[in-house]
Design a protein around this ligand. Structure first.
Ligand SMILES: N[C@@H](CCC(=O)N[C@@H](CS)C(=O)NCC(=O)O)C(=O)O
Length: 214
């Protein structure tokens, strides 16, 4: 049985597991309550960030690496095009851009605006991070002008990666999605596996409900 620790970017992992119809359990981790007393989780990830997974003897962190592991270990799956498929380069690029170019910079915008002392909220680093997010988003928009999904006509794990980042930006109130991205997110989140993942990830579901229409 695969155990996923924590929602947040763990939602990507749960969504992928639902798409692949693999058995798993979610073990919640409450970052806001503080992980310092969660010794069981700290034994899995001593750095204390989420998500992490345990699959038999394998323990991993980093949501994109976890998705790649699961697809390689339990695939083949249409979520990961074959390296010889013409869709592969775009797939690989957007799979990683969803975290490295979108979610990571947006995370620093979000924590700066919400958690830092008032005087430090509009700091240079947060402004630069937003600029990076917006610049990478141009690539997403450009690609969506050519195809319904980021790797072409078919939904892949790259769409899980980027959809998570776009919903994160939108729900935190740090970015308003344009029409192209909204239509894309409606498309990707209309999937049954997404709905099942939402039912598993109750904290994410509650957050989505509270911020809907934002
Ligand atoms: N690149 C990592 C980012 C992980 C990450 O920053 N997770 C956030 C929540 S979604 C977290 O645990 N933040 C608290 C911390 O970094 O201490 C991934 O994709 O898994």
């Amino acid at each position: 049985m695969i155990t996923v620790f924590g929602e947040g970017r763990g939602f990507r992992v749960v969504w992928l597991l639902e798409e692949m119809a693999l058995a798993y359990q979610l073990r919640s981790v409450d970052l806001l309550a503080g992980v310092e007393n969660d010794t069981e989780f700290l034994a899995v990830n001593p750095s204390g960030f989420i998500p992490a997974i345990q699959d038999g003897d394998a323990t991993m962190v980093e949501s994109i690496a976890i998705m790649e592991y699961l697809m390689a270990r339990y695939g083949p799956t249409p979520l990961a095009p074959d390296p010889h498929d013409p869709a592969f380069p775009a797939y690989q690029q957007f799979l990683h851009l969803g975290e490295a170019g979108l979610a990571t910079p947006m995370y620093f915008v979000v924590v700066s605006r919400n958690l830092e002392p008032e005087a430090e909220r509009r700091n240079w680093g947060a402004a630069k991070a937003l600029e990076v997010f917006e610049s990478r988003l141009k690539l997403v928009k450009h690609q969506l002008g050519r195809s319904p999904y980021l790797a072409g006509d078919r939904f892949t794990a790259a769409d899980i990666s980027v959809t998570y980042a776009l919903e994160f930006a939108q729900r935190t109130g740090c970015f308003v999605l344009g029409e192209t991205e909204r239509a894309y997110v409606n498309r990707t989140t209309g999937r049954d596996a997404y709905r099942r993942a939402m039912d598993t990830c109750q904290a994410t579901k509650a957050w989505a409900a509270a911020t809907r229409g934002q």
